[in-house]
Design a protein around this ligand. Structure first.
Ligand SMILES: [Zn+2]
Length: 430
């Protein structure tokens, strides 16, 4: 007997049919997700088993896994780091939570429910507790939302968890980190993950400081009041930027080794400014680290304050003829390659060029020239991948790099812009 409601209104009927269709689509997706998890799990097992008995096991296993991740990533347009993470997550799902994969394959739960089961249950190391956890949480997942299932899963883990909250907190705190995410319009987000007490304390201090600033702003002119129309959110953000960019860390192990200690280290960003913007004749955006637009005012402000500028202009010049047959690229070549490449040239990688190494696409040892057409920026991770595994790169005359994977699959990474950069023979007057 169907549990579909009895409806006679035409619109209701249409909606009812859409709901039924959505349920069918969801069920198909769930089945396919289970299939994908199983495929990724198998790839992970093959990549790690291949080197399991080798003497340099840990390092080689990691490289074998990276090579397979890069192979899958290039084919599916995933960053290879993302591919590697998905491989290990799939392996853990398939190996540790087989009943969950089964439930997904039968469309009793969605992929996001399965993700919750794996993520929260990952801390249960002994098999009987894990199975008990999986049984309880799956029953719940079949009838609850993802959020409801997550809360329930946490409670079940707490009960089955043989370890104390202290131990778990210490382990969770190992994941502390800071990250950056770009948004549109020249804005970016800075995220911090750390112990809840520290993060709450940071927020509280910023709030108190921001309130103090506002109190001063509200004083009358003759009492030393200042004109400040910033909101409390804006003031907190400004204070945090000042604190990070201007202050010295309390704990500084470099004091004895580094003149001025950590406090002497200044932030460094690469901003490429169109020449007309620089001289104030245009408001075309500049580019920060090759991926984020910067508004013209900010760019000019940065120019005025910067201790030095590389006068590299973004004028299109065809046929760059700069060949020096030496192994070490000159500093001008390095600067040129960094500005041209903007970021690491492995497909999908956005690691800024200034944090990259300059690679000879065709190894110098194999006759590769120290020539601009054979040099490219690669981040540490992808430089190692290219040097230590079967991946190869070949630069084309237009600056694109053709990557050939370990299995012979080809991916082309075009240069960031369709122009060549060259030092200007007549530098502008600034
Ligand atoms: Zn890279």
């Amino acid at each position: 007997m169907s549990n579909r409601p009895v409806v006679d209104d035409a619109d209701d009927l249409a909606i009812d049919e859409i709901v039924e269709a959505l349920m069918r689509v969801d069920a198909s997706i769930a089945k396919l997700e289970a299939e994908r998890a199983r495929l990724l799990g198998r790839a992970f097992a093959i990549a790690t088993a291949r080197t399991a008995h080798s003497p340099a096991a840990v390092q080689e296993r990691e490289l074998a896994l990276r090579s397979v991740a890069a192979e899958i990533g290039a084919a599916l347009r995933w960053h290879d780091r993302t591919a590697q993470r998905r491989l290990s997550e799939a392996a853990s799902l398939v190996d540790d939570f087989p009943a969950t994969v089964e439930a997904l394959a039968e469309a009793r739960i969605t992929a996001r429910h399965a993700e919750v089961v794996r993520e929260i249950g990952a801390c249960l190391v002994d098999e009987p507790s894990r199975q008990e956890y999986e049984r309880q949480v799956l029953t719940r997942a079949e009838r609850d939302t993802v959020a409801g299932t997550r809360a329930f899963a946490r409670a079940v883990v707490d009960e089955l968890q043989p370890r104390s909250i202290d131990e778990r907190h210490d382990e969770a705190a190992q994941r502390r980190r800071v990250w950056v995410e770009d948004e549109a319009d020249g804005i970016a987000q800075l995220g911090v993950l750390d112990s809840a007490t520290k993060i709450r304390a940071m927020f509280d201090r910023l709030t108190r400081q921001a309130r103090a600033v506002r109190q001063v702003a509200h004083l009358a002119d003759d009492e030393g009041g200042v004109d400040d129309t910033r909101s409390i959110d804006q003031t907190r953000a400004d204070l945090l930027c000042d604190l990070v960019l201007g202050s010295r860390p309390v704990v500084d192990p470099t004091q004895a080794h580094l003149p001025g200690g950590l406090g002497a280290i200044r932030a460094e960003v690469t901003v490429v400014i169109p020449v007309l913007t620089a001289v104030g004749e245009s408001d075309r955006a500049a580019m920060l680290d090759g991926c984020t637009p910067v508004d013209a005012d900010t760019a000019r402000e940065l120019m005025a304050e910067a201790p030095g500028w590389e006068r590299l202009l973004t004028d299109p010049v065809t046929g760059v003829a700069l060949a020096i047959d030496r192994y070490r690229p000159t500093s001008a070549m390095r600067r040129f390659v960094r500005i041209r490449d903007v970021h690491c040239r492995f497909p999908g990688c956005r690691q800024p060029a200034r944090r990259c190494e300059i690679d000879h696409n065709l190894d110098h040892a194999k006759g590769g020239a120290t020539h601009l057409c054979n040099l490219a920026c690669l981040c540490k991770r992808h430089h190692v991948l290219k040097t230590e595994t079967a991946w190869t790169a070949e630069q084309q005359p237009d600056g694109s790099i053709v990557w050939t994977s370990a299995l012979g699959r080809r991916t082309t990474d075009p240069p960031e812009r369709r122009v060549a950069f060259a030092p200007d023979p007549n530098p502008p007057p600034f």
